[in-house]
Write a protein that binds this ligand. Sequence first.
Ligand SMILES: [Zn+2]
Length: 256
Amino acid sequence: MLNQILGWLRHGMNTCTSALLTAQLLKRAEPVLSVSQVPVVVVAPHEDDETFGCGGLIALKRQLGVPVTVVFVSDGGGGYQEGTTAPPDIVAVREKEALEATGVLGVPVEHVQFLHYPDTRLGKLDEVDRRRLVSTLTECFNQHAQLEVYVTHQRDLHPDHEATCRAVMEAVSRSSSQVRLFEYPIWIRWMGKFHRNLQWSDFPGLIKVSIAPVHATKLRAIQAYTSQIGMLGRAHLRCYEQVWEIFVERPRPHQP
Ligand SMILES: [Zn+2]
Protein backbone atom coordinates (compact mmCIF):
# COMPACT_ATOMS: atom_id res chain seq x y z
CA MET A 1 0.00 0.00 0.00
CA LEU A 2 2.82 2.37 0.93
CA ASN A 3 4.51 1.65 -2.41
CA GLN A 4 1.27 2.40 -4.23
CA ILE A 5 0.88 5.74 -2.43
CA LEU A 6 4.51 6.63 -3.17
CA GLY A 7 3.91 5.69 -6.82
CA TRP A 8 0.86 8.00 -7.02
CA LEU A 9 2.79 10.83 -5.37
CA ARG A 10 5.69 10.39 -7.80
CA HIS A 11 3.31 10.32 -10.74
CA GLY A 12 1.56 13.47 -9.53
CA MET A 13 4.86 15.27 -9.03
CA ASN A 14 6.13 14.24 -12.47
CA THR A 15 2.87 15.39 -14.08
CA CYS A 16 3.38 18.88 -12.60
CA THR A 17 7.14 19.18 -13.10
CA SER A 18 7.06 17.86 -16.68
CA ALA A 19 4.48 20.46 -17.72
CA LEU A 20 6.51 23.20 -16.02
CA LEU A 21 9.75 22.01 -17.61
CA THR A 22 8.21 21.85 -21.09
CA ALA A 23 7.05 25.46 -20.72
CA GLN A 24 10.53 26.53 -19.53
CA LEU A 25 12.34 24.63 -22.29
CA LEU A 26 10.13 26.15 -24.96
CA LYS A 27 10.65 29.64 -23.54
CA ARG A 28 14.41 29.19 -23.53
CA ALA A 29 14.66 27.37 -26.86
CA GLU A 30 15.64 29.97 -29.41
CA PRO A 31 16.14 30.15 -32.29
CA VAL A 32 13.83 28.00 -34.34
CA LEU A 33 15.52 25.21 -36.29
CA SER A 34 14.87 25.43 -40.00
CA VAL A 35 14.28 22.06 -41.60
CA SER A 36 16.97 21.70 -44.24
CA GLN A 37 17.73 19.29 -47.08
CA VAL A 38 20.59 17.74 -45.09
CA PRO A 39 20.12 13.95 -44.58
CA VAL A 40 19.39 12.68 -41.09
CA VAL A 41 20.29 9.72 -38.90
CA VAL A 42 18.18 9.32 -35.76
CA VAL A 43 19.69 6.98 -33.17
CA ALA A 44 17.18 5.58 -30.67
CA PRO A 45 18.09 3.40 -27.67
CA HIS A 46 14.59 1.86 -27.71
CA GLU A 47 11.75 1.37 -30.15
CA ASP A 48 9.65 4.51 -29.46
CA ASP A 49 12.32 7.11 -28.51
CA GLU A 50 12.72 8.24 -32.15
CA THR A 51 9.00 8.96 -32.53
CA PHE A 52 8.53 10.54 -29.08
CA GLY A 53 11.60 12.80 -29.45
CA CYS A 54 11.90 13.46 -33.19
CA GLY A 55 8.78 12.10 -34.90
CA GLY A 56 7.76 15.52 -36.17
CA LEU A 57 11.22 16.37 -37.45
CA ILE A 58 11.43 13.01 -39.23
CA ALA A 59 8.05 13.55 -40.90
CA LEU A 60 8.98 17.11 -41.98
CA LYS A 61 12.26 15.90 -43.48
CA ARG A 62 10.51 13.06 -45.29
CA GLN A 63 7.90 15.48 -46.69
CA LEU A 64 10.83 17.31 -48.31
CA GLY A 65 12.14 14.01 -49.69
CA VAL A 66 15.23 14.12 -47.46
CA PRO A 67 16.81 10.72 -46.65
CA VAL A 68 16.21 9.70 -43.01
CA THR A 69 17.74 6.62 -41.41
CA VAL A 70 16.56 5.37 -38.01
CA VAL A 71 18.89 3.14 -35.98
CA PHE A 72 17.49 1.24 -32.98
CA VAL A 73 20.31 0.24 -30.66
CA SER A 74 18.61 -2.12 -28.19
CA ASP A 75 16.21 -4.97 -28.89
CA GLY A 76 13.50 -3.43 -26.66
CA GLY A 77 13.31 -6.62 -24.59
CA GLY A 78 12.97 -4.64 -21.34
CA GLY A 79 9.82 -2.78 -22.39
CA TYR A 80 7.25 -4.41 -20.13
CA GLN A 81 5.57 -3.54 -16.83
CA GLU A 82 7.90 -3.68 -13.83
CA GLY A 83 7.16 -6.65 -11.54
CA THR A 84 5.65 -8.74 -14.36
CA THR A 85 7.20 -11.42 -16.59
CA ALA A 86 8.45 -10.37 -20.02
CA PRO A 87 6.02 -11.38 -22.79
CA PRO A 88 7.88 -14.02 -24.88
CA ASP A 89 7.40 -12.06 -28.11
CA ILE A 90 8.23 -8.61 -26.71
CA VAL A 91 11.22 -8.06 -29.05
CA ALA A 92 9.22 -9.02 -32.18
CA VAL A 93 6.27 -6.88 -31.05
CA ARG A 94 8.41 -3.79 -30.52
CA GLU A 95 10.18 -4.27 -33.85
CA LYS A 96 6.82 -4.50 -35.62
CA GLU A 97 5.58 -1.38 -33.82
CA ALA A 98 8.79 0.47 -34.74
CA LEU A 99 8.38 -0.39 -38.43
CA GLU A 100 4.78 0.75 -38.33
CA ALA A 101 5.62 4.04 -36.54
CA THR A 102 8.56 4.91 -38.79
CA GLY A 103 6.43 3.92 -41.81
CA VAL A 104 3.76 6.43 -40.72
CA LEU A 105 6.50 9.07 -40.48
CA GLY A 106 7.55 8.25 -44.05
CA VAL A 107 10.78 6.30 -43.47
CA PRO A 108 11.22 3.41 -45.93
CA VAL A 109 11.75 0.04 -44.26
CA GLU A 110 15.22 -0.32 -45.81
CA HIS A 111 16.28 2.81 -43.89
CA VAL A 112 15.42 1.30 -40.51
CA GLN A 113 18.13 -0.66 -38.71
CA PHE A 114 17.82 -2.85 -35.61
CA LEU A 115 21.15 -3.49 -33.89
CA HIS A 116 19.71 -5.84 -31.22
CA TYR A 117 21.95 -4.95 -28.28
CA PRO A 118 20.47 -6.03 -24.94
CA ASP A 119 17.85 -3.64 -23.58
CA THR A 120 18.69 -2.08 -20.16
CA ARG A 121 22.35 -3.13 -20.56
CA LEU A 122 23.70 -0.61 -23.07
CA GLY A 123 25.73 1.08 -20.35
CA LYS A 124 27.31 -2.26 -19.40
CA LEU A 125 28.44 -3.56 -22.79
CA ASP A 126 31.84 -5.21 -22.76
CA GLU A 127 34.61 -3.41 -24.64
CA VAL A 128 34.30 -5.61 -27.76
CA ASP A 129 30.56 -4.95 -28.11
CA ARG A 130 30.96 -1.27 -27.31
CA ARG A 131 33.59 -0.86 -30.03
CA ARG A 132 31.44 -2.82 -32.47
CA LEU A 133 28.54 -0.46 -31.77
CA VAL A 134 30.70 2.65 -32.28
CA SER A 135 32.10 1.26 -35.50
CA THR A 136 28.62 0.37 -36.87
CA LEU A 137 27.43 3.90 -36.11
CA THR A 138 30.54 5.45 -37.67
CA GLU A 139 29.98 3.44 -40.86
CA CYS A 140 26.36 4.54 -40.93
CA PHE A 141 27.33 8.22 -40.55
CA ASN A 142 29.99 7.89 -43.27
CA GLN A 143 27.29 7.12 -45.87
CA HIS A 144 26.72 10.87 -46.26
CA ALA A 145 29.20 13.72 -46.80
CA GLN A 146 26.96 16.01 -44.72
CA LEU A 147 24.61 14.85 -42.01
CA GLU A 148 22.42 15.75 -39.04
CA VAL A 149 22.56 13.18 -36.24
CA TYR A 150 19.91 13.06 -33.50
CA VAL A 151 20.40 11.05 -30.30
CA THR A 152 18.96 10.98 -26.79
CA HIS A 153 20.29 13.65 -24.40
CA GLN A 154 23.62 12.87 -22.69
CA ARG A 155 22.00 13.17 -19.21
CA ASP A 156 18.61 11.70 -20.07
CA LEU A 157 18.08 9.96 -16.70
CA HIS A 158 18.16 6.46 -18.25
CA PRO A 159 21.44 4.49 -18.50
CA ASP A 160 20.61 3.19 -22.01
CA HIS A 161 19.87 6.69 -23.27
CA GLU A 162 23.08 8.12 -21.83
CA ALA A 163 25.21 5.18 -23.10
CA THR A 164 23.72 5.57 -26.59
CA CYS A 165 24.63 9.25 -26.55
CA ARG A 166 28.23 8.44 -25.55
CA ALA A 167 28.54 5.88 -28.36
CA VAL A 168 27.12 8.36 -30.89
CA MET A 169 29.50 11.10 -29.74
CA GLU A 170 32.47 8.78 -30.23
CA ALA A 171 31.18 7.67 -33.64
CA VAL A 172 30.65 11.30 -34.72
CA SER A 173 34.19 12.17 -33.65
CA ARG A 174 35.54 9.30 -35.79
CA SER A 175 33.27 9.92 -38.76
CA SER A 176 34.52 11.46 -42.01
CA SER A 177 31.10 13.06 -42.51
CA GLN A 178 30.45 16.71 -41.73
CA VAL A 179 28.02 16.23 -38.84
CA ARG A 180 25.71 18.54 -36.91
CA LEU A 181 24.88 16.76 -33.64
CA PHE A 182 21.56 17.23 -31.85
CA GLU A 183 20.33 15.62 -28.63
CA TYR A 184 16.66 15.08 -27.82
CA PRO A 185 15.42 14.82 -24.23
CA ILE A 186 13.05 11.94 -23.42
CA TRP A 187 13.11 10.95 -19.74
CA ILE A 188 14.18 14.48 -18.79
CA ARG A 189 10.85 15.67 -20.20
CA TRP A 190 8.92 13.40 -17.84
CA MET A 191 11.10 13.30 -14.74
CA GLY A 192 11.97 16.98 -14.97
CA LYS A 193 15.29 18.74 -14.64
CA PHE A 194 14.76 18.89 -10.88
CA HIS A 195 15.94 15.31 -10.57
CA ARG A 196 19.62 14.41 -10.29
CA ASN A 197 20.70 18.04 -10.16
CA LEU A 198 20.32 18.79 -13.83
CA GLN A 199 21.25 22.41 -14.49
CA TRP A 200 20.33 24.76 -17.29
CA SER A 201 23.98 24.44 -18.32
CA ASP A 202 23.07 20.88 -19.38
CA PHE A 203 20.91 22.43 -22.09
CA PRO A 204 23.22 24.69 -24.10
CA GLY A 205 22.24 25.48 -27.68
CA LEU A 206 18.53 24.80 -27.07
CA ILE A 207 16.66 24.89 -30.33
CA LYS A 208 13.06 24.11 -31.23
CA VAL A 209 11.23 23.15 -34.38
CA SER A 210 7.53 23.65 -35.10
CA ILE A 211 5.99 20.38 -36.21
CA ALA A 212 2.50 21.84 -36.68
CA PRO A 213 2.17 20.74 -40.33
CA VAL A 214 2.84 17.08 -39.40
CA HIS A 215 1.48 17.05 -35.85
CA ALA A 216 -1.37 14.64 -36.66
CA THR A 217 1.12 12.30 -38.36
CA LYS A 218 3.30 12.21 -35.27
CA LEU A 219 0.31 11.47 -33.02
CA ARG A 220 -0.62 8.60 -35.35
CA ALA A 221 2.95 7.24 -35.22
CA ILE A 222 2.89 7.34 -31.39
CA GLN A 223 -0.28 5.24 -31.45
CA ALA A 224 1.65 2.46 -33.23
CA TYR A 225 3.48 1.77 -29.94
CA THR A 226 0.55 -0.09 -28.39
CA SER A 227 2.77 -2.14 -26.07
CA GLN A 228 4.31 0.99 -24.57
CA ILE A 229 1.70 3.74 -24.46
CA GLY A 230 -0.64 2.00 -22.00
CA MET A 231 2.28 1.44 -19.65
CA LEU A 232 3.57 5.02 -19.86
CA GLY A 233 0.19 6.67 -19.33
CA ARG A 234 -1.48 9.83 -20.65
CA ALA A 235 0.38 12.39 -18.53
CA HIS A 236 3.75 11.01 -19.62
CA LEU A 237 2.82 10.84 -23.30
CA ARG A 238 1.63 14.44 -23.23
CA CYS A 239 5.32 15.48 -22.94
CA TYR A 240 5.86 14.27 -26.52
CA GLU A 241 2.60 15.47 -28.03
CA GLN A 242 3.42 19.18 -28.23
CA VAL A 243 3.50 21.00 -31.57
CA TRP A 244 7.14 21.83 -30.88
CA GLU A 245 10.10 19.49 -30.61
CA ILE A 246 13.12 20.51 -28.57
CA PHE A 247 16.78 19.74 -29.22
CA VAL A 248 20.17 20.64 -27.81
CA GLU A 249 22.79 21.25 -30.49
CA ARG A 250 26.28 20.13 -29.41
CA PRO A 251 29.60 21.13 -30.91
CA ARG A 252 31.19 18.27 -32.83
CA PRO A 253 33.10 16.09 -30.31
CA HIS A 254 36.85 15.60 -30.85
CA GLN A 255 38.33 12.20 -31.53
CA PRO A 256 39.33 10.55 -28.20
ZN1 LIG B 1 14.12 4.75 -24.35
